[in-house]
Design a protein around this ligand. Sequence first.
Ligand SMILES: Cc1ncc(COP(=O)(O)O)c(C=O)c1O
Length: 459
Amino acid sequence: MAKIPYRFYLSEEDLPKQWYNLRADMKEQPDPLINPGTMQPAVESDLYPVFCEKLAHQEMDGETRYFDIPEPVQEMYRIYRPSPLIRAYNLEKALDTPAKIYYKFEGNNTSGSHKLNSAIAQVYYAKEQGLTSLTTETGAGQWGTALSEASSYFDIPLTVYMVKVSYEQKPFRKAVMQVFDGKVVPSPSETTDIGRKILAENPGTTGSLGCAISEAVETAVKTEGCRYVLGSVLNQVLLHQSIIGLESKKAMEILGEYPDVVIGCAGGGSNLGGLIAPFMQDKLTGKADPRIIAVEPASCPSLTRGRYAYDFCDTGKITPMAKMYTLGSGFIPSANHAGGLRYHGMSPILSKLYHDGYMEATSVEQTRVFEAAVYFAKKETILPAPESAHAIRAAMDEALRCKETGEAKTILFGLTGTGYFDMTAYSAYLEGRMNDYIPSDEDLQKGFDSLPKIPGIQE
Ligand SMILES: Cc1ncc(COP(=O)(O)O)c(C=O)c1O
């Protein structure tokens, strides 16, 4: 057989024309969202004030297996997709492992990450509905950049609430969003009721994704013709991100490969949910049985140390409540350098699959993550985002175990993005100034104490 190339690209014709909805093959559906106004399961129309209608529909539809990707979305996908499936020959050699390591590289667009895959879809549907502006939050900055790119492409004004710590650590991220006409506001801010309240209670706060979501949602519901868009956690976002997994699976099929292990970092779960989607389908339908591993920071361990409970998706407690692994919406994670993984909750789909034993989760400390990032950069010459480096760490650990056991496993991991805007973090690591904060059980208890009480459902 011909040698597998370093970089394998599908042809443009092979680009998926449909997204895959993992819920259609789940034996049991994730529990429904709860409307905090009625304390009853939410219906599609409850979501209309916040989300545009097509997206609200995708959020609630657990049955339709495949959704057509609208032609204008496919057109913009073609600017940067298909993304390459890379065989990490150099890394394998350096680790002296019999394992075969593949990674799907999503960093080859200006947002520097997979986030553009959902941004394009969400902005397209908003434009189709005739909306006149959008709001969102961003942690690391990748999502805000991706959404700014898509909003400028489809010509809709956008306001981005950026978690304050990232706003300060990454001034150039802000500048990139501004290139694409995104209006960037550090969160918490004085521009919303919830921002003012959070600042009054905790003036020195570095912010969190949960706070920024509250501000973005408040602005959306108070502004005529405006809706909110979210870059992770939601079912619709996992649906759009399924393009990562669909492309990966097709490329591996052409190469005559199939992963024994699929690994992804998990913040709100969107890249992982997308990467694993068709492999999880095989698992759910009994066609194959790959191991699936979520990797999260030890400082924000929602799957490994969180509770499986109903919780708000934001700190201000204005969003619907989702059943998910959560550290409590009141949990403010330490200023970990992987900003995109500083979220208290986890996708309800992934939470359910994890709860039902279909996937594993592990957590890693950030110095070990950066050690892996630097090692990987030197061998593969891509400077990874700190978020992505969580998956690299776990993939390297798996490959090193293969070295011990002599097993030639096939490992696939998601390289979600590049780390060019994360040089403050890289410098901190290289200069020995990075520490590994791990919350105590007491710290976590404070977050669990903030979990909502829902009569008859969660006492
Ligand atoms: C490069 C990168 N990877 C991963 C993530 C984590 O998000 P998710 O769990 O939704 O994929 C982010 C979020 O900002 C990111 O920017």
